[in-house]
Ligand binder design. Structure first.
Ligand code: ATP
Ligand code: MG
Length: 320
């Protein structure tokens, strides 16, 4: 694998607006990203954030509306062939060839990328071994588990030894065991020098795998940093959320003046307190309810994590 100099991925003010009969959909609204060679980079965001659209543009499947995107130094719109040779893509849905065995899915991809017959077979064997699929080599996709399908799709994306591997929600729908297993495989790939850009809506996935993360929502990057950096910049607060069986009592506003409280958000029957030092906050909220004659129906205290970063950045619940 020959690494190109410069960033593996770079986008500047990247936009995509889909036109549909029901009007324009601004899916990506000015995204700037830079992924370095060898890096494991995550695009983290909820459903509809624009993750697949972004990855679609980077892999030449979606045409940008404006802005630029380069992969390994090649512009995706002007040099799509150069880009395609250097990338592997694993999309959200199963795109394996249903009529081919696991082995043939890999072998055919090798031939498509110009490997000779013997090399294509050798590469297929090697990848089946690496992804723990050797005993499924004669299996066809519909006989495989979700985890096996995903592993085979990743193996297939690596046949031509791409510089950058793109993974769109690689573990969505997998059980915890398969997820952990796939995480191990991905860490192994990175340790051998593979640059990886993945999208995910699982915070723990971004936290477990990624060197750096861009938090995206509504087609923009809300923050981009290492997981530790994100927690340090935006989310060192603990978030305390309390729901009441009536209107939020006026008394909760007294917390605004409390030492260690950064801010309070009052919604419909619910109050959320962002606090650097959360001790006593929950008790005070319950007491405010009692004083106003409203009961507490739910209470939660989230310690600083990517989830609290997300809440702090967007001021709203993470939609899973
Ligand atoms: N082909 C399309 N035509 C019109 N609108 C689209 C199209 N593809 C996506 N969208 C819209 O663009 C927005 C971003 O979608 P996108 O699939 O990029 O989000 P996502 O972050 O990948 O979400 P998910 O987590 O559900 O996969 C959404 O509002 C979606 O409905
Ligand atoms: Mg998507």
């Amino acid at each position: 694998m020959t690494a190109s100099p410069g960033p593996a991925v770079r986008t500047v003010d990247l936009h995509k607006t889909y036109t549909s009969p029901r009007g324009d959909v601004p899916a990506v609204r000015g995204i700037d990203l830079e992924v370095r060679p060898g890096e494991f980079f995550g695009l983290l965001g909820p459903n509809g954030a624009g993750k697949s659209t972004t990855i679609g543009m980077l892999t030449t499947l979606v045409v940008p509306t404006s802005g630029t995107a380069e992969v390994c130094g090649f512009d995706v719109a002007r040099r799509p062939v150069e880009v395609k040779r250097r990338i592997g893509m694993v999309s959200q849905n199963n795109t394996l060839d249903a009529d081919l065995t696991a082995f043939e899915n890999l072998e055919f991809r090798g031939r498509y990328f110009g490997l000779g017959a013997r090399d294509a077979r050798r590469r297929a064997e090697e990848l089946l071994e690496l992804f723990g699929l050797t005993d499924r080599r004669k299996g066809v996709p519909f006989e495989m588990s979700g985890g096996q399908v995903k592993r085979l799709m990743i193996a297939r994306a690596l046949v031509h030894r791409p510089e950058v591997l793109f993974l769109d929600e690689p573990t969505a729908g997998l059980d915890p065991q398969n997820r952990a297993n796939l995480w191990e495989l991905l860490r192994g790939l990175q340790s051998r020098g593979q640059t990886i850009l993945l999208t995910t809506h699982y915070m723990e996935e971004a936290e477990a795998l990624c060197d750096r993360v861009a938090v995206v929502d509504h087609g923009t990057v809300l923050a981009s940093d290492t997981v530790e950096g994100l927690k340090g910049s935006a989310g060192t607060d603990t978030v305390i959320t309390v729901s009441f069986d009536g209107a939020v009592p006026e008394g909760v506003h007294a917390l605004d003046r409390r030492e260690g409280v950064s801010r309070i958000e009052v919604g419909d029957g619910q109050v959320r307190v962002f606090a650097r030092s959360p001790a006593g906050v929950l008790g005070e909220l319950v007491a405010a309810g009692a004083a106003a004659g409203v009961g507490v129906t739910d209470a939660a205290q989230l310690r600083p994590s990517l989830e609290t970063v997300f809440l702090t950045l967007t001021g709203r619940e993470y939609r899973d």
